[in-house]
Every structure is written in C-alpha cells, then in structure tokens.
Design a protein around this ligand. Sequence first.
Ligand code: HEM
Length: 147
Amino acid sequence: MMNIAVAYFHYLLIMLMMGSLITEHILLKPKMDAERIKSLAITDLIYGISALLVLLTGLLRFFYFDKGTDYYLANPLFHIKLTLFLIAGLISIYPTIHFLRWRKMINIDTSFNPEPRMVKRFTMILRIELFIIALIPLLAVLINRGY
Ligand code: HEM
C-alpha cells in the first residue's frame, strides 16, 4: 500500500513540477508588473518545493520500494536519470536568484522592469529545464522494463 502511495506521489509531484515550470514560462515577459513578478517568484518557489519532493519520493522508491538499491546502482540509465535531474536543478538556481531579486526591486521601485536580455536568457533556461525533465520519464520507463 505504501509502495502505491509513494509511486502515486512521485507522479503527482512530477506533474506539479512541470506545471509550475510551464506557468513560469508563460509569466516571464519583457514587461512585467508587480503582480506578475510576485506570481513568478511564488511559482518558482512551488517549482523548487515540488522538485525537492520529487527527489524525496524518488529516494523512497530507490531505498525502500520497487527493485532495490543494487538494481538501480548497477543501471547506467538510472545514473543518467539522476544526472539529468541534478543538471535541471542546478541550472534553475540562476533564474531563482534573479526572480527573488526582481521581487525585492519591484517593492522598492514600482516602475522596475527586468532587463530584456535577462528575460530572454531565463526563458531559454526554462526551455532547457523543460526539455531535460521531458526526457527523464523515458529513462524511468526503460529502467522499469529492465533496460
Ligand atoms: C524530473 C524528475 C523525475 C521524473 C520525471 C521521474 C519519472 C519517473 C517515472 C515516470 C517513473 C515510473 C516508471 C515506470 O513505472 O514505468 C519513475 C520511477 C522511479 N523513479 Fe523517478 N522521476 C524523477 C526523479 C527521480 C529521482 C530524483 C529519483 C531518485 C532519487 C527517482 C527514482 C525513481 C525510482 C527508484 C523509480 C522506480 C523505477 C522502477 O519502477 O523500477 N526518480 N520515475
């Protein structure tokens, strides 16, 4: 029963993580008012929390459920899966720092607008993250089927 609950939450949190990334992509525009910048920062926080919980449920599956740690450690696809997850997490730190900075700036100066080149850069980073995260389920499915 616990196994089913953890597997279910692994999926649910992946959906939340993807959903928040797509929402960030929609919110991120060259011209943003205070409300939009706040929404962006909050959505990014939801993304961060959901990513941590995906990791947690993944680790629970890895340590306690499914096929056992030996199976996963011996599987190169599992290592690729974890590496991709880590890369997606690491590259998300850069925009997060700026989204929080923008939130502070808009509180000080309501006419603040982020630099267009930064908006462009973070849009690209979000796309890369989305692409990486879209690849991970393929690896998970292959791992599950014994590849
Ligand atoms: C974006 C991040 C992730 C995505 C999209 C993802 C996706 C998936 C999917 C779709 C499955 C089910 C595979 C199936 O039943 O066919 C799965 C299973 C699993 N995931 Fe993840 N996962 C992610 C992150 C992680 C992380 C960080 C860990 C470990 C630390 C992890 C560990 C596992 C384990 C152990 C299973 C069970 C595999 C099996 O059925 O043998 N996942 N994952």
